[in-house]
Design a protein around this ligand. Structure first.
Ligand code: SF4
Length: 101
Protein backbone atom coordinates (compact mmCIF):
# COMPACT_ATOMS: atom_id res chain seq x y z
CA UNK A 1 0.00 0.00 0.00
CA UNK A 2 2.60 2.53 1.07
CA UNK A 3 5.86 2.48 -0.71
CA UNK A 4 9.03 2.92 1.21
CA UNK A 5 9.93 6.54 1.62
CA UNK A 6 6.44 7.64 0.78
CA UNK A 7 4.82 9.89 3.35
CA UNK A 8 1.08 9.73 3.66
CA UNK A 9 -0.50 12.97 2.68
CA UNK A 10 -2.59 14.50 5.41
CA UNK A 11 -5.36 16.77 4.55
CA UNK A 12 -5.08 20.10 6.18
CA UNK A 13 -7.69 20.47 8.87
CA UNK A 14 -9.66 23.66 8.61
CA UNK A 15 -8.79 26.14 11.29
CA UNK A 16 -11.61 26.84 13.65
CA UNK A 17 -11.60 30.30 15.09
CA UNK A 18 -12.01 29.79 18.81
CA UNK A 19 -13.14 33.35 19.36
CA UNK A 20 -16.82 33.63 18.70
CA UNK A 21 -17.70 37.18 17.97
CA UNK A 22 -20.64 38.59 19.83
CA UNK A 23 -22.88 40.96 17.98
CA UNK A 24 -21.77 44.44 18.89
CA UNK A 25 -25.30 45.71 19.50
CA UNK A 26 -26.03 43.24 22.33
CA UNK A 27 -26.88 45.09 25.55
CA UNK A 28 -26.89 43.95 29.11
CA UNK A 29 -30.45 42.66 29.90
CA UNK A 30 -30.82 45.32 32.59
CA UNK A 31 -29.87 48.08 30.17
CA UNK A 32 -32.33 46.72 27.62
CA UNK A 33 -35.12 47.17 30.17
CA UNK A 34 -33.82 50.56 31.30
CA UNK A 35 -33.82 51.81 27.71
CA UNK A 36 -37.59 51.23 27.51
CA UNK A 37 -38.19 53.67 30.35
CA UNK A 38 -38.38 57.46 29.95
CA UNK A 39 -35.03 59.16 30.59
CA UNK A 40 -36.38 60.90 33.68
CA UNK A 41 -36.79 57.58 35.51
CA UNK A 42 -33.93 55.55 34.05
CA UNK A 43 -31.47 55.97 36.94
CA UNK A 44 -33.98 55.09 39.65
CA UNK A 45 -35.32 52.21 37.58
CA UNK A 46 -31.81 50.84 37.01
CA UNK A 47 -31.04 50.99 40.75
CA UNK A 48 -34.28 49.17 41.51
CA UNK A 49 -33.52 46.46 38.95
CA UNK A 50 -30.05 45.76 40.32
CA UNK A 51 -31.22 45.82 43.94
CA UNK A 52 -29.47 49.04 44.94
CA UNK A 53 -32.59 51.14 45.51
CA UNK A 54 -34.37 51.45 48.84
CA UNK A 55 -37.55 49.42 49.27
CA UNK A 56 -39.74 52.51 48.92
CA UNK A 57 -38.05 53.60 45.70
CA UNK A 58 -38.24 50.07 44.29
CA UNK A 59 -42.00 49.98 45.04
CA UNK A 60 -42.36 53.43 43.52
CA UNK A 61 -40.66 52.25 40.33
CA UNK A 62 -42.90 49.19 40.22
CA UNK A 63 -46.00 51.37 40.47
CA UNK A 64 -44.65 53.75 37.83
CA UNK A 65 -43.91 50.82 35.56
CA UNK A 66 -47.39 49.46 36.21
CA UNK A 67 -48.82 52.81 35.05
CA UNK A 68 -46.63 52.86 31.97
CA UNK A 69 -44.63 55.82 33.33
CA UNK A 70 -47.43 58.16 32.22
CA UNK A 71 -49.35 60.54 34.48
CA UNK A 72 -47.89 58.71 37.45
CA UNK A 73 -48.63 61.45 39.98
CA UNK A 74 -52.35 61.09 39.33
CA UNK A 75 -52.58 57.42 38.46
CA UNK A 76 -50.60 55.83 41.28
CA UNK A 77 -52.49 57.45 44.21
CA UNK A 78 -55.78 56.68 42.46
CA UNK A 79 -54.92 53.05 41.78
CA UNK A 80 -57.93 50.82 42.41
CA UNK A 81 -56.27 47.42 42.15
CA UNK A 82 -56.94 46.52 45.78
CA UNK A 83 -55.78 42.97 45.16
CA UNK A 84 -52.24 44.17 44.42
CA UNK A 85 -49.89 43.31 47.31
CA UNK A 86 -48.26 46.73 46.91
CA UNK A 87 -51.51 48.67 47.10
CA UNK A 88 -51.01 49.80 50.72
CA UNK A 89 -47.52 50.97 49.75
CA UNK A 90 -48.27 52.35 46.28
CA UNK A 91 -45.92 55.06 45.16
CA UNK A 92 -43.42 53.99 47.81
CA UNK A 93 -45.45 55.48 50.68
CA UNK A 94 -47.42 53.90 53.47
CA UNK A 95 -50.97 55.00 52.77
CA UNK A 96 -53.39 56.11 55.45
CA UNK A 97 -56.36 55.01 53.36
CA UNK A 98 -55.22 51.41 53.51
CA UNK A 99 -57.58 48.50 53.38
CA UNK A 100 -57.79 46.63 56.66
CA UNK A 101 -59.03 43.08 56.98
S1 SF4 B 1 -50.37 49.40 43.74
FE1 SF4 B 1 -51.42 49.81 41.81
S2 SF4 B 1 -49.95 50.98 40.63
FE2 SF4 B 1 -48.78 49.99 42.25
S3 SF4 B 1 -48.06 48.07 41.38
FE3 SF4 B 1 -50.01 47.64 42.40
S4 SF4 B 1 -51.56 47.83 40.80
FE4 SF4 B 1 -49.68 48.83 40.05
Amino acid sequence: MFQKGHKPVRKATPKIDSKVEKPSNTLNPVEELVNRVPKLYQNQYRLALIGKASYSKAIKMKCYECCGFEDVRERVPECTVFSCPLWNYRGGKRRKDNVSV
